[in-house]
Design a protein around this ligand. Structure first.
Ligand code: URA
Length: 264
């Protein structure tokens, strides 16, 4: 058998999303510990369910949403909102994340950018968009004269999904009241939704980012006196994988720049 370079194998695992150690010892999941019998008696199948040894079992999704709605509504400023999110137990992602990732940049800025979810670096530092895609985001902003003093940046999820997997509908729904309250408290003049997950969730649309990007929408979420113009565009992580799309992203950035110029 061909020798496998352990470093290459590790690099491959990280690329596949297995970038966290979750136990002290490796587990051979191919080893069958007990013989599998086809005829398990019905009485055994229906026995008492085993109680999982979790410190805090996640709430049922609908309870999570009810809790986040109430907690979000009670927050009257950004600090209270951050504290309410930190105390929220209705999103299971919190249990595997290292840090809550709330926001970065200037909450007084004209533009608020919403990405999808923190990645590994964001999770480590508790700051959104500081990994490879964040660095590209900074360069994109700089190209139209913006930076983190003139933009405010957050995500539709406040905790990293394990292994950077896609967030589930239930996770997005549980966090949505906080995201809507976040927007209502910041009240930016322009919103930018980066990536399909953010654009679809915030605009309540089914189309993918290819169709949604490069156009202006009206975001009329909870708690706003009037809708806010919102632009959908590609996620920088996608642009890193598909640099051929940078031309389209540049078109979107120019749309944003001219909208901001009109506000002056
Ligand atoms: N991708 C996101 O959508 N958000 C981050 O904060 C980092 C990467």
């Amino acid at each position: 058998m061909e020798n496998i370079d352990p470093l290459e194998a590790l690099r491959w695992s990280v690329e596949m999303g297995a970038d966290e150690a979750i136990g002290e010892q490796p587990v051979n999941r191919y080893a069958v510990s007990e013989p599998i019998t086809a005829s398990v008696p019905v009485s055994a199948k229906l026995s008492e369910p085993k109680v999982q040894s979790m410190e805090r079992a996640p709430l049922a999704p609908s309870q999570g949403i009810a809790d986040s709605l109430a907690a979000a509504a009670a927050a009257s400023n950004l600090e209270e909102l951050r504290n309410a999110i930190a105390a929220f137990e209705g999103c299971a992602l919190k249990q595997t994340a290292t840090n809550l990732v709330f926001a970065d940049g200037n909450p007084e800025a004209d533009v608020m950018i919403l990405g999808e979810a923190p990645g590994a670096e964001e999770d480590r530092r508790g700051v959104p968009f500081v990994g490879a895609s964040g660095q590209l985001m900074d360069r994109m902003l700089a190209a139209i004269g913006l930076d983190r003093t003139t933009a405010y940046i957050s995500n539709i999820l406040f905790w990293r999904p394990p292994g950077n997997r896609n967030p589930t509908t239930a996770e997005v729904a549980a966090c949505m009241p906080f995201v809507q309250r976040h927007i209502a408290l910041v009240r930016p003049r322009v919103l930018v939704f980066v990536g399909g997950a953010s654009a679809k969730a915030m605009l309540d649309r089914k189309e993918g980012i290819m169709r949604l990007r490069g156009k202006w929408y009206e975001y009329g979420g909870q708690g706003l006196p009037e809708p806010i113009p919102a632009l959908a565009t590609f996620h920088p992580a996608y642009l890193l994988r598909s640099p051929g799309q940078k031309r389209a992203a540049w078109h979107d950035l120019l749309l944003l720049r001219s909208r901001l110029d009109e506000l002056r």
